[in-house]
Ligand binder design. Structure first.
Ligand SMILES: [Zn+2]
Length: 173
């Protein structure tokens, strides 16, 4: 392990490597069981335990910077917000420092039903597909959809063409 103490709070108890990006050692941090438990179960997070982040956020390890940032963002207290304001993360780090995709983005169809990756949906109205020169007819089934970062859009194949569809025009099949 890279460190023999928790890179967040300095404890040496029950250390493990917490990967922010699976399989990428650079994007990880060595954490103790206490820190890890609170990271994995945000309901148990004790803000005062993470006062230590005011030091660890200046670590030279980008994994520690990013994890500090991620935790601070979850703490709804003034001191935590002001630490976030003081932090400077490279854009390339911010991309994966934020909580992973899908954690708070929820895609819903026209009925408010949650859509998941791989679902089949049907169109609830005729849609002109710009650029492709056809109209996707109401009732067309779109199989194996992909979710995007935008909660109002999904991607799917219609007539063999991969297109972006607005969730408000879809119904889960
Ligand atoms: Zn710790």
């Amino acid at each position: 392990m890279r460190s023999d103490i928790c890179e967040l709070c300095g404890s040496s108890k029950d250390l493990s490597v917490y990967e922010l990006v699976s399989g990428d050692e650079e994007k990880s941090a060595v954490v103790c069981a206490t820190c890890k438990g609170m990271i994995e179960n945000p309901d148990t997070l004790e803000p005062n335990h993470f006062r230590c982040l005011s030091d660890s956020m200046w670590s030279e390890q980008i994994g520690v910077q990013a994890l500090s940032y991620r935790i601070l963002k979850r703490i709804d207290e003034d001191w935590a917000r002001s630490l976030v304001d003081m932090m400077y993360l490279e854009d390339s780090v911010l991309e994966w420092a934020e909580d992973s995709k899908g954690s708070d983005i929820v895609h819903k169809d026209s009925n408010g039903t949650t859509l998941n990756e791989g679902d089949t949906v049907t169109l609830i109205k005729d849609l002109d597909v710009k650029g492709a020169g056809f109209t996707a007819k109401r009732g067309t089934a779109v199989r194996n959809i992909r979710l995007t970062d935008n909660p109002e859009q999904i991607e799917g194949k219609v007539n063999g063409v991969q297109i972006v569809l607005l969730t408000k025009f879809l119904k889960k099949a």
